[in-house]
Design a protein around this ligand. Structure first.
Ligand code: C5P
Length: 221
């Protein structure tokens, strides 16, 4: 792990879950702890970058030297990212963004009534795909949590979203979400490597090293 690997660069990271309100007291969310994203932010800082962390609600302490922007919904996360991505050299989307939000948020608490209740949901924006599509945008890194055909699905996502790198993890056996250790398969157009199961802090440093290498290759072409 080279401490100056990202010296002079700006890194923007998303982390944690998003919360999508249903009414004044309820929301839809997921089990993301934010650990992977926070570890990436810390590792990028240690590699010499200036780091901004756009984070959904988590119980984690912001890593030293990292600027944190706290958001709740996917829409807020998108706005916080778009306001800062112009100066970013690297964008790492580690957040577990809710794919759907309530079609309308009730102004009053939803009352218990019938035996069954249906919620109307609508799609949230894809923050990663939005950033990846920016002309002259940053080096873009996504995560892919898959339960089957890890590599095939991740490679499809890499190409479809137009990413520079994707970090895929197998979540079929309780791995990946809300735990301290993880294993990652890194894929980029034309190549890839695997990072064995280890603490997320160490994994994040290796990921940062690969990001710096891939950016170096892109620049030397
Ligand atoms: O398509 P899928 O949700 O599996 O893609 C996962 C990747 O996309 C992660 O890097 C996640 O942070 C990002 N993402 C996003 N905005 C969304 C959904 C996913 O940035 N609305």
């Amino acid at each position: 792990f080279a401490t100056g690997a990202l010296a002079g660069l700006q890194v923007l990271v998303t982390a944690g879950p998003t919360r999508e309100p249903l009414d004044p007291v309820r929301y839809l969310s997921n089990r993301s702890s934010g650990k992977m994203g926070y570890a990436v932010a810390r590792a990028a800082r240690e590699a010499g970058a200036r780091v901004t962390l756009v984070t959904g609600p988590t119980a984690l302490a912001v890593p030293e030297g990292v600027e944190a922007v706290r958001v709740e919904t996917a829409q807020e996360m998108l706005e916080a990212v778009m306001a800062r991505v112009g100066t970013a050299d690297v964008f790492v989307a580690a957040a577990a963004v809710a794919d759907y939000r309530a079609a309308s948020v009730e102004t009053h608490k939803i009352k218990k009534q019938a035996e069954h209740l249906s919620l109307a949901l609508e799609r949230n924006p894809d923050i990663l795909a939005t950033v990846a599509a920016l002309p002259g945008g940053p080096f873009t890194v996504g995560f892919a949590a898959e339960t089957q055909d890890l590599e095939r699905h991740a490679r499809t996502k890499l190409m479809k979203k137009g990413l520079d790198l994707i970090a895929a993890n197998d979540v079929s056996n309780g791995q990946g979400f809300d735990v301290d250790e993880n294993a990652l398969t890194l894929l980029w157009p034309g190549g890839g490597t695997t990072l064995e199961r280890q603490p997320k802090e160490r994994l994040a440093r290796q990921l940062v090293t690969v990001i710096a290498q891939r950016m170096g290759e892109a620049n030397s072409r």
